[in-house]
Design a protein around this ligand. Structure first.
Ligand SMILES: [Zn+2]
Length: 899
């Protein structure tokens, strides 16, 4: 999953083994052919009738109080107990999806499983409203007692037997994670949301086989994990049957149905199907070949690296409009964020690289995550780190013209530091007592610190040894589960280093080291350089890692690699007086690398004299961290960014500089500094926009120009003229999304014609889903405070937050820097909603919500509100408290006196 990635085929052992597994399954599981076909013909009304009829014959048997009812959610204890007694699960599901959103979805399931003991009741998870369970019977139709409480469906032990058990369940499908829209739906069950739809054992280490039948409206198409086996049309309905899957975790079970178009291509005898809703055929044409190419390359690369053929055979992928994440790795039915997959004409090189990375990430998950899965969600980072680490490896050969070390540095370090420097920093591996709280495990540490750590692990072990260790790990645990400690113990056999000690600080501890450089003259006129490592938390931890220290003088440069496993390391003396010293000059080092004052002041004036783009990138990260740490003033940093922008040629660094210009401008300069530099910045960005030849650069500069426009007549007129089509940008045809962006900005700037602009922009949006999203957002952009207040109030209704990216975007407009002074009042109610948002929303939503709510604020009043909220809630869930501290970090740093 991403916010945020085989020898030639013919691994005979795997193929034979899969065949054997299937043969076993056929004889073992009772097949519900007759009943399934029958049920697929049932309408909702018939289901209701049969339900009432059975009610008369077999009244429900509520459980007696002697059975212990587990608490809400899925506790680690419950998961451990079930993992030791339950096995060989097969869910044979039939689901009836009506066309109308107002009609309920019904499900029917044959549940096969083996029990080691029948001493205890069987506890299924079914987190839906009371009344959703309709009937539970044995195969012969005899009723089974059950109770539905605290999100669990419980069958007493007297109805169980040792060995094979089969129950037949009828129920109303819960809709919380079905993402039901007018014309389509898709399930998204990570981390433990399968049980919000149907009864199951919703923990990653109870892998099961799924056999699915969907009954869908005519004109729709459907896909799921297994291959489609049958397709029939009957009475304006379609019945689609899917093949039984290999053992997969419940969070990976998925189906998608709706009005989608499909494209199919074959690669190495496997058929790949692309489901999409994009209406713009030219846009599709521009994208399709690259998307398939990247999918194929990713699969081929993984098969070669792991020595294991794509474990699930089938590869359908679906572009979902307004998808909550970047992608989700359901085997056989991978979901992708449509916007990130189907790129607009103005896509930047970064967008293309990100797309390649996303496809590689989700594809890598088929092995790391889907084939071998974590035992418990505390190790969810493990699948994410492999996906990211491998995505970087896969994408590199696809873009030979790019500087991949620089990409790695700019993609991971800044995002990881943004969390690791805060008071809310979390370690890579976190504890998790209940799957209810699994959502808060995800974030930049998992997605961006972990790949750096994995890169360091590869450096510690050597590339070949790591690969051999990973192959052993995949072979050992395939179609099963493993922990990080299981992996480290396998890797330990392939390394001479103490990997456990290394893992303890890098994986199990939060925060990052702080490095300081000091120099002393040596007797022979050389210079001795010492690098000191500090632990910002005062715990004296040491983060062992290789660092490359570089010194640059007028007549030359030196580089020394040291293994920093002690508080102070001394670099071999330098024979000249350096102009500047960089304590880290590669993409591998991780931490706050503070420059000595002389080097900092030299680089603020001369950073562009560094010839190597990677070293320039590393120097930028040092200056950036020093600005955040108040060692460099924001205005000095801003001026350096602007003067460098005039000269910088490396696109990746231009993107970094432009992003930091915007960040420094809005979040660090005070009001009078902003007013002073505004016109200069606007001219600089417009000049770059007009003179750059590359389309992707033009798109970058246009965005920056639009997003930094202040409320002054001249710039607003320019934006308005661009939107009206009266001021064309040389060499650039604006895509619809850019017009939308400008329309939003004109509204935020209270342009006198903003009302008309927004209304006309609605008509310009061709795609239906995008238009609905835009219409939803309009009140959040209103110049009328009452309209905005009313909209914010409505966000407390979960229905209004159903499309989470829409809600986050709207909340960020309400809290836009241009409206900072009037939006402080949203902070407290926004924080008050956070717990509910975690329980009703998907996993990235709490962080997106907090970032939209807090990250644009810098006033003492806003800082006070956050601090007071934390003080007034001493027993607040620790994971959410940490997320608040992460999102409010800049706000709190800027107001250190408010505690
Ligand atoms: Zn992932």
């Amino acid at each position: 999953m991403l916010m945020p990635y085989g020898q030639k085929r013919g691994n005979e052992i795997i193929s034979i083994d899969m065949y054997a597994l299937r043969a076993k399954e056929k004889t073992k599981f009772k097949q519900p052919h007759i009943k399934t076909l029958r049920i697929m013909n049932l309408t909702k009304h018939f289901l209701k009738l049969s339900f009432c009829f059975l009610m008369i014959l077999f009244p429900f048997y509520p459980l007696q109080a002697q059975q212990q009812i587990p608490a809400k959610g899925i506790s680690k204890q419950l998961a451990l107990e079930r993992a030791t007694t339950i096995s060989d699960i097969n869910y044979q599901l039939s689901i009836h999806i009506p066309e109308k959103l107002t009609e309920s979805i019904y499900g029917h399931m044959w549940l096969n499983l083996e029990l080691k003991t029948n001493a205890n009741p069987l506890i299924l998870d079914f987190n839906v409203p009371a009344g959703s369970v309709r009937e539970v019977t044995f195969e012969n139709g005899n009723p089974v007692k059950w109770e539905h409480k605290n999100g669990h469906l419980i069958i007493p032990s007297s109805f169980l037997k040792k060995g094979h058990n089969l129950f037949i369940l009828d129920f109303k499908v819960g809709e919380q994670s079905l993402n039901r829209n007018q014309e389509f739906l898709y399930t998204l069950f990570v981390p433990a949301r399968a049980s919000t739809a149907f009864p199951c054992f919703d923990q990653p280490d109870l892998k099961a086989r799924f056999t699915l039948d969907l009954d869908i409206p005519e004109g729709w198409v459907a896909t799921a994990n297994g291959k489609q086996t049958k397709f029939q049309i009957r009475d304006h309905r379609q019945l689609v049957n899917f093949e039984t899957t290999q053992p997969i975790s419940t969070y990976l079970f998925s189906f998608v149905a709706g009005k989608f178009k499909t494209l199919e291509k074959k690669h190495n005898d496997i058929s790949y199907r692309f489901f999409y809703r994009e209406a713009d055929s030219l846009k599709m044409k521009r994208n399709v070949d690259s998307i398939f190419k990247q999918v194929f390359m990713s699969v081929d690369w993984m098969e070669k690296y792991t020595g294991i053929k794509q474990p699930f055979g089938k590869y359908d992928f679906i572009a979902i409009p307004s998808f909550q994440y970047g992608g989700m790795e359901h085997p056989g039915a991978i979901l992708y964020n449509a916007q990130r997959l189907i790129l607009s004409e103005s896509a930047t090189q970064e967008d293309e690289l990100n797309r390649a990375n996303l496809i590689a990430h989700e594809t890598a998950h088929l092995w790391f995550g889907d084939l071998v899965t974590m035992k418990w969600f505390d190790d969810v980072w493990l699948k994410e780190v492999f996906a990211n680490f491998i995505a970087d490896k896969i994408v590199n050969p696809m873009y030979p013209e790019l500087n991949h070390q620089l990409s790695f540095l700019l993609a991971h370090q800044p995002r990881a530091y943004a969390i690791d420097r805060t008071q809310g920093a979390n370690p890579i591996q976190q504890t998790l007592n209940n799957l209810d709280e699994a959502g808060s495990l995800y974030g930049n540490i998992i997605y961006h610190k972990a790949p750096i750590v994995m890169d360091q692990l590869e450096q510690l072990m050597g590339e070949d040894q790591l690969r051999a260790g990973l192959q052993k790990y995949l072979q050992t645990y395939r179609f099963g589960n493993a922990t990080w400690d299981d992996l480290i113990s396998i890797l330990g056999n392939f390394s001479t280093k103490d990997l456990k000690a290394w893992s303890d600080v890098w994986v199990k501890e939060p925060g990052m080291p702080h490095y300081v450089v000091s120099t002393t003259q040596t007797a022979d006129h050389g210079l001795s350089i010492a690098v000191q490592q500090k632990d910002p938390s005062g715990k004296n931890r040491i983060w062992p890692q290789y660092l490359t220290i570089s010194t640059f003088g007028k007549s030359g440069q030196t580089s020394s690699e040291i293994f920093m496993d002690k508080p102070v390391s001394v670099v071999p003396p330098v024979p000249f007086e350096p102009l500047y010293i960089l304590p880290n000059s590669t993409e591998r080092g991780y931490g706050y690398f503070e420059l000595d004052p002389k080097s900092a002041s030299y680089l603020l004036k001369n950073i562009q004299t560094i010839a190597d783009p990677l070293i320039r990138g590393a120097a930028w990260l040092s200056l950036h961290e020093m600005m955040i740490d108040n060692k460099i003033t924001p205005i000095d940093y801003f001026n350096t960014l602007c003067s460098s922008l005039k000269e910088e040629n490396e696109e990746q660094l231009i993107n970094f500089i432009v992003a930091d210009i915007q960040m420094t401008f809005w979040k660090f300069l005070d009001q009078s500094q902003k007013s002073t530099v505004s016109e200069f910045l606007s001219n600089l960005l417009q000049t770059k926009l007009n003179t750059s030849e590359k389309k992707s650069l033009k798109a970058t500069f246009l965005k920056a120009f639009v997003y930094t426009t202040m409320e002054n007549a001249k710039e607003m007129d320019t934006l308005y003229a661009i939107w009206m089509g009266k001021k064309p940008i040389p060499g650039m045809k604006l895509p619809e999304t850019d017009y939308r962006m400008i329309a939003c900005e004109l509204a935020l700037l209270n342009h006198p014609d903003a009302g008309n602009v927004l209304a006309n922009q609605v008509a310009r949006v061709k795609d239906k889903d995008s238009r609905e999203r835009f219409v939803y957002l309009i009140p959040s952009l209103s110049s009328n405070k009452k309209v905005r207040d009313q909209f914010f109030k409505q966000l407390s209704d979960p229905k209004m937050r159903e499309h989470e990216p829409w809600a986050s975007e709207a909340l960020s407009y309400l809290n836009h820097p241009l409206r900072e002074s009037v939006s402080e009042k949203y902070i407290l109610p926004g924080l008050n909603l956070l717990e509910e948002i975690r329980s009703t929303g998907d996993i990235f939503f709490p962080v997106d919500w907090l970032n939209a709510l807090l990250s644009n604020h810098s006033s003492p009043a806003a800082a006070k509100t956050v601090r007071t909220f934390l003080k007034n809630h001493p027993n607040y869930p620790p994971d959410l408290r940490m997320k608040i501290l992460q999102s409010a970090d800049n706000l709190l740093r800027r107001n250190p006196s408010i505690q």
